[in-house]
Write a protein that binds this ligand. Structure first.
Ligand SMILES: [Zn+2]
Length: 87
């Protein structure tokens, strides 16, 4: 292996790492959008995007449930832990 080979190899690795680094936020956003949202409404179809929830009367809702609530659908909360605290 000649020094020129190694120089070209290291340079191309540096370019690839640089491209990934420049687009790191796009990759993070892609991962973030794969996470389910924090919607607290029972029977939610989980169509919302995390970070895009609305808080209506103290209830965290995704856009989908929020629009359902605005059309007059009754909103039931998901009960975590049967509604009882275990402390
Ligand atoms: Zn929802």
């Amino acid at each position: 292996m000649t020094p020129a080979f190694w120089a070209i190899l290291i340079l191309s690795i540096a370019i690839v790492v640089g491209i990934i680094w420049r687009h790191r936020y796009i990759f993070l956003e892609e991962l973030w959008s794969k996470l389910p949202d924090e919607c607290e409404v029972e029977g939610c179809e989980r169509k919302g995007v995390r970070g895009n929830e609305n808080i209506v009367k103290g209830i965290i809702m995704c856009d989908y449930c929020n629009s359902k609530a605005m059309k007059g659908h009754p909103i039931k909360l998901k009960r975590k832990n049967n509604g009882t605290r275990t402390e």
